[in-house]
Write a protein that binds this ligand. Structure first.
Ligand SMILES: *Cc1c(COP(=O)(O)O)cnc(C)c1O
Length: 403
């Protein structure tokens, strides 16, 4: 029947920019995955905070297959019903008046940064083009987004970078106060630094950032690619903080596994993306928008959002106890179902070892940098799956800790 493939084919045929694990998942259902050998895993990784409703959720399968029978793609000389329905839902549920669709988090941020500069230059002249971001932040892998991202390892080695980008320490309001000026077009913040170690902003910091942006007529951009669509316990993390941005980017959980990104903004700012200023062939694709609409319908209910907060407590109390018992973690932090176990001093730099041991024990976890084990499971994961996965994770921790 089908040709057999194996992990060795990756090393032979694919560009070597990744180092995937030695097993290949072939099927998923809810919060469980099975590999080629039929081994079962509890999935606490969720495709890196993407599979918001786990695998093969019936509502998403239905939305995708129904739309697949009708219309897959039209060009941007036309609009389509799923895109319009999704845009209206996002506008009704958030601060935003207008939405731009694309296919990924990086593209949503690329659009956000271009729009912020366009707005600033249109309204205040060419000098107002600077973007302030934070060290250790992550905003995607296009050249503009790695440049705004605060991790030089991702932007080094590609020649001259886009100009006018500076980085300041996260959660440090004094540093922003010193850096911001009337030349600042935008300040870009992840409400919780995801890749940078699952590090939440403090509420005082975000409130202060908002005030400084207002004083200097700079836009506040929240990158909610990882924190958005319920991940934080609210539909978007800005709602948890009570601090409203001018531009918000969303991707990952928005499509529940189908590629889609969105940039949300206000009426006044949106007007600076006039006809022809920006675009995307696939952005607003009917298949992606139909799936995302179903994701929003399921996630944005009081029951599901309250469930996320309860599951947060379930994870955190168990992980904290595990840390106390084994000495492996110095802190457990995060919001909603984006949780980081910060490795204690003797285990610093070994997050990958925990990931590998966890997979061996039958549970998939993530790392967020070398020092943090990250959990980003399905937002509707059953308590029994959480308990089973944490039992397996505890075995892995004991193994790494030599107990
Ligand atoms: C994952 C991520 C991105 C990049 O999204 P892609 O879909 O990989 O382009 C941008 N910002 C944040 C905060 C992310 O977590």
């Amino acid at each position: 029947m089908s040709q057999t493939v194996s992990r060795a084919d990756f090393d032979q045929f694919m560009v070597p920019n990744y180092a995937p694990a030695d097993y290949i998942p072939v099927r998923g259902e809810g919060a469980r995955l099975w590999d080629q050998q039929g081994r079962e895993y509890v999935d606490f990784a969720g495709g890196i905070a993407v599979n918001a409703l786990g695998h093969a959720h019936p509502a998403l399968v239905k939305a995708l297959t129904e739309q697949a029978q009708k219309l897959w793609h039209v060009s941007n000389t036309l609009t389509n019903e799923p895109a319009l329905r999704l845009a209206r839902k996002l506008v009704n549920a958030t601060f935003a008046d207008r939405v731009f669709f694309c296919n990924s988090g990086a593209e949503a941020n690329e659009a956000a940064f271009k729009l912020a500069r366009k707005w600033a230059i249109d309204t205040a002249g060419a000098d107002k083009h600077e973007i302030i971001s934070t060290t250790n932040s992550f905003h995607g892998r296009t050249f503009f987004t790695v440049t705004v991202g605060g991790q030089p390892k991702y932007s080094d080695g590609f020649g001259p970078r886009p100009q006018g980008v500076t980085h300041i320490p996260y959660n440090d309001l004094a540093a922003l106060k010193a850096a911001i000026s009337d030349k600042t077009a935008a300040v870009v913040i992840e409400p919780v630094q995801g890749e940078g170690g699952v590090l939440p902003a403090t509420a005082d910091y975000l409130k202060g950032v908002r005030e400084l942006c207002d004083q200097h007529k700079a836009l506040l951009v929240f990158d909610e690619v990882q924190t958005g669509v319920g991940r934080s316990g609210s539909l978007y993390a800005y709602m948890e903080y009570g601090v409203t941005p001018d531009i918000l980017t969303s991707a990952k959980s928005l499509g529940g596994g189908f590629p889609i990104g969105a940039m949300l903004t206000t009426e006044a700012v949106a007007q600076h993306f006039a006809v022809g200023t920006h675009g995307s062939t696939y952005g607003g694709n009917p298949l992606a928008c139909a799936v995302a609409e179903a994701v929003i319908d399921v996630v944005n209910t009081p029951e599901v959002l309250a469930g996320i907060r309860a599951k947060h407590e379930r994870f955190v109390s168990r992980l904290t106890a595990m840390g106390d018992k084994t000495g492996a973690f110095q802190q457990v932090r995060g919001m909603g179902l984006l949780i980081g176990a910060v490795l204690a001093e003797p285990y610093k730099g070994r997050a990958k070892d925990f990931m590998t041991a966890a997979a061996k024990a039958g549970v998939m976890v993530l790392q967020a940098g070398p020092d943090v084990v990250r959990f980003a499971p399905s937002l509707v994961i059953a308590d029994a799956d959480i308990d089973e996965g944490l039992d397996r994770f505890e075995q892995a921790v004991n193994e790494v800790a030599g107990r």
